[in-house]
Design a protein around this ligand. Sequence first.
Ligand code: HPA
Length: 246
Amino acid sequence: MNKIAIVGGSGLTKLSGLEVIDKIESATPWGEPSAPITFGKINNLEILFLPRHGNPHTIPPHKINYRANLWALHKHKVSEIIAINAVGGITEKMTPCSIVIPNQLIDYTHGRADSFYEENLTNVKHIDFTKPYSESLRQQLIDTASKNKLDIISEGTYAVTQGPRLETAAEVIRLEKDGNDIIGMTSMPEASLARELGITYACCALVVNWAAGKTDEIITMKIIEENLREGLSRMRCLIGKYIGDK
Ligand code: HPA
């Protein structure tokens, strides 16, 4: 049986429906994770929860200690991670409040600590990253959505930008030409670190705004928060049903 963890993004510092059993601080060789890991149960299944921006939300994307977060989950024997990420929509279908299960990403981040291979370099493993998200976990999430008539977008390419600022309109045009559908700041190096540790990993992205230049509107926190509120209730439903089927 897989041990499942949910890594929460913006707006998701707590997982509703989780019967909390314990919260554990976990020191790692890479430093402290974003928050103590919550151990709980949903439908009698053990679930771990980690809010990547901390609780309360204080850690911006470029300051997250991704290595400590992943290492701590690995230490607690997690074998499957569902990552929740807030993103902007670039291509036409990616309207605010959509849930997207991306199948590809392009990494535009820089300067982030992005590998566990820092010591003992004789054993460096070059992970296969052709498909950055687990196809089997993606498919299970897509099946859950379809069985429960939850509208989702079952593929897309996630541009991972450095942040914390949002993009210029010209950058979004370039990102679209590159083949990206959505933009966010947190899927890397989380996805590749999970692969280095052999953890099955997939992302459920929630579109919270149109990307810069896609509408005349200025992107405000108010717009983002409104869409987060609305979209997260559907996201909770998807995750709850997925876990309920286990
Ligand atoms: N760009 C980058 N990251 C984001 C956005 C965006 O428009 N919306 C939410 N996270």
